[in-house]
Design a protein around this ligand. Structure first.
Ligand SMILES: O=C(O)[C@H](O)[C@@H](O)[C@H](O)[C@H](O)COP(=O)(O)O
Length: 271
């Protein structure tokens, strides 16, 4: 079971980041009012980080109980813990340091100063995920889990590269082909740095909602191919689906090669 993609087009990168931020705040508030806690999976990349900055700048962010938000990452660069290129370091600077998150609920991929290699860090992340899944079941023995090795992901954010990669799953490479594991170490990513850790596509696709945020004309080809139904090994972004929602949030530059039949005009006007 997975949700067909919906597309929402925004006039500029700035309005896109603001729209992602507004949607994220609303979603977290809604999930918390139903369930008490909410879980978000963050992405690195320019638009992902700009959206987090926009959350911090929005007065509405105080409606979220940040101390009850679980934070994970879709991928991480295998670098020292304080390296400014780490997705987690950028997310802290953009949002997490400003909103009173509970450090025990912020789950980072292991860094290169703590783990021998990217595979060990990825294995550790899989163990962290499995422990969270177990804790979830202890707290609510009736909880329905999509995968017993994974906690519930309410919203999973992704950026998309010009080559259509998502998280650290690059076209035609081993990561995007990985089956049976929840995480994967990546040794030779074409986007620097080469060493990374990532959720697998199978893991990404257990999220309730997957939102792909994309800005810029260099991404238009990737967006067009992904939404025209290309195969996920060649076009990883084509394979990302949420269980109840798959939302492409894109700016006009990234929408240049969009198959027209996919534009949802209600969504288009929403942002
Ligand atoms: O660690 C990373 O590099 C990311 O998680 C990666 O998947 C990113 O989201 C895309 O490459 C888009 O990045 P831009 O928005 O900067 O193009």
């Amino acid at each position: 079971m997975s949700a067909e993609p919906k597309v929402s087009i925004h006039p500029s990168q700035t309005s896109l980041a603001a729209a992602v931020a507004a949607r994220l705040i609303t979603r977290l508030v809604d999930v918390q009012s139903d369930r008490g806690t909410a879980t978000v999976v963050l992405t690195g990349g320019s638009i992902g980080t700009a959206a987090l900055r926009a959350v911090a700048e929005s007065p509405a962010h105080t409606a979220v109980d940040w101390s009850n938000v679980h934070v994970w990452w879709g991928d991480e660069r295998f670098l020292a813990a304080d390296d400014p290129e780490r997705n987690a370091v950028q997310a802290r600077a953009a949002l997490l340091d400003h909103v009173g998150v509970d450090p025990a609920k912020v789950h980072e991929f292991g860094a290169s100063d703590a783990f021998d290699d990217e595979d060990a860090a990825a294995a550790d992340y899989a163990a962290q995920l499995a422990a969270a899944a177990e804790a979830e079941l202890d707290a609510d023995p009736g909880a329905v889990q999509t995968d017993p090795r994974l906690p519930r992901f309410d919203v999973l954010l992704l950026g998309v590269g010009p080559d259509a990669h998502i998280a650290s799953l690059f076209p035609e490479m081993a990561g995007i082909r990985t089956k049976g594991s929840t995480t994967v170490g990546v040794a030779d990513a074409p986007k620097p740095p080469p060493k990374r850790g990532s959720l697998t596509l199978e893991t990404i696709n257990t999220a309730q909602e997957v939102w792909l945020s994309v800005s810029g004309s260099d991404k238009a080809g990737a967006v067009g191919l992904a939404l025209a139904g290309a195969g996920h090994v060649q076009v990883p972004a084509a394979g990302a689906r949420g269980l109840r929602k798959t939302l492409w949030l894109i700016d006009q530059d990234a929408a240049q090669k969009l198959p027209g039949r996919l534009i949802d005009h209600d969504e288009e006007q929403a942002g």
